[in-house]
Design a binder for this molecule. Structure first.
Ligand SMILES: Cc1ncc(COP(=O)(O)O)c(C=O)c1O
Length: 390
């Protein structure tokens, strides 16, 4: 529900765009002395200096003019090389379209496939921006709640497919998932691929956390099971792997046949990503593997710190996330997590995001981002444990 009142003369979709459910607690606590902020989806490390230097060199070289809508050829080639290393096989640079972040990649994917009167199916809990972007575009986001049980979070595929109607244009799948860490298996991806093929549906595959897994190099991907011509739009970003959330550079991958359409949609939205930022992208993709490994080690260490300590209290329920870098947990006896978020600011000096911001299925849960310096995560955990013991 929107707290703000509608403004006359605007499209209903604009008036009804929801406020981020994380912002309330963030605004409440952002200036607290000593608060440990674990509410937003980013780590505490600055962007590695070699990436910044590549951008600075681009500026020094005068790369400040309009540029290719699809992205500079050097970055598209670097993205293709990165995919070849990660997934094996050959990748055509013509598949890749540079966007001003993962969110704009989602926007363009949605502008391609859904509009007024259409539906897009979204398993929840999910990062809220996706459903909001569907609805701002005039389509309807249809939530399919995932199940939380002894096996952790699971997606009932019959239920997922059962939500499809003649209006459905696309299935959204974020794996590994923000906020639950749920990660689709290869078999699940095959089943979804087959269903989408049979029904002529698009898949929007948000794999931005694929490198944040706790076993192996990356999570199972649609790239493992799909053909290059399948109706799959892949969303990705430099934000998470290379600590570049503020840079706003990402990419969309699609069959090259859609290239002109995507170019046009980029033209009429951002009109391209600054060339010097794209230089930073080339450096990140070509030279950033050690940094990714370092971040993954941190995530592994922090997951252990948080999970071991909270588990020992016996007062919280969660499943160790197999992917991403969030703990999504409920606290016994606390159902109003919006209020709980505010109380934890006052009573524990820790900033967490309320789970109902991630859809109805997230009600009763809190999300903690633990991709930080392990000492600070340990301190935040101690504060939470002390609070739970009160
Ligand atoms: C699942 C998911 N997709 C996409 C994004 C967008 O990333 P960006 O910062 O590049 O817009 C995020 C950011 O939190 C995310 O969690």
């Amino acid at each position: 529900m929107n707290a703000h009142s509608s403004q006359p003369g605007l499209r209903p979709e604009a008036n009804e765009a929801p406020e981020s459910g994380i912002v309330e607690v963030f605004n409440y606590g952002r200036h607290r002395d000593g608060l440990i902020p674990l509410w937003v989806g980013e780590g505490d490390l600055p962007t590695p200096s070699f990436i910044g230097e590549a951008a600075a060199a681009g500026i020094a070289a005068g790369e400040t003019f309009y540029t290719y809508q699809r992205g500079i050829p050097e970055l598209r080639a670097a993205i293709a090389r990165y995919h070849e290393r990660l997934y094996g096989g050959a990748f055509d640079p013509e598949r890749f379209f540079v966007t001003s972040g993962g969110m704009p990649a989602i926007q363009i994917a949605l502008r391609m496939v859904s509009g007024v009167g259409d539906e897009v199916i979204v398993p929840t809990p999910a990062w809220p921006n996706f459903a909001a972007a569907v609805e701002v575009g005039g389509a309807k986001a249809v939530e399919v709640p995932m199940h939380f049980g002894n096996a952790g979070w699971t997606l009932d595929l019959d239920r997922f497919f059962g939500a499809v109607t003649p209006r459905t244009k696309a299935l959204f799948l974020n794996s590994p998932c923000n906020p639950t860490g749920w990660t689709a298996t290869r078999e699940e991806l095959i089943t979804i691929r087959d269903f989408a093929r049979k029904r002529g549906l698009w898949i929007i595959a948000d794999e931005v956390y694929t490198r944040f897994v706790y076993e192996g190099e990356r999570s199972p991907s649609f790239y493992d099971v799909a053909d290059p011509e399948d109706r799959i739009l892949y969303v990705n970003t430099l934000s998470k792997n290379w600590a570049m959330t503020g840079w706003r550079v990402g990419w969309l991958a699609a069959p090259p046949a859609y290239g002109q359409v995507i170019e046009n949609l980029i033209q009429y939205s951002s009109s391209g990503t600054p060339r010097f930022l794209q230089r930073a992208g080339v450096a990140a993709l070509d030279q950033g593997e050690d940094f990714i490994a370092f971040q993954r080690e941190r995530a592994i260490a922090c997951r252990t710190i948080v999970c071991d300590a909270l588990e020992a209290t016996g007062r919280v329920r969660f499943h160790r996330p197999p992917g991403a870098f969030y703990l999504f947990f409920s606290v016994d006896g606390e159902s109003d997590t919006r209020k709980l978020g505010l109380r934890l600011v006052d009573e524990a000096n820790v900033g967490l995001a309320p789970g109902d911001a991630f859809g109805r299925a997230g009600a009763g849960f809190m999300r903690m981002c633990y991709l930080r310096n392990p000492g600070q995560v340990a301190e935040a955990t101690t504060r939470l444990v002390d609070w739970l013991k009160r």
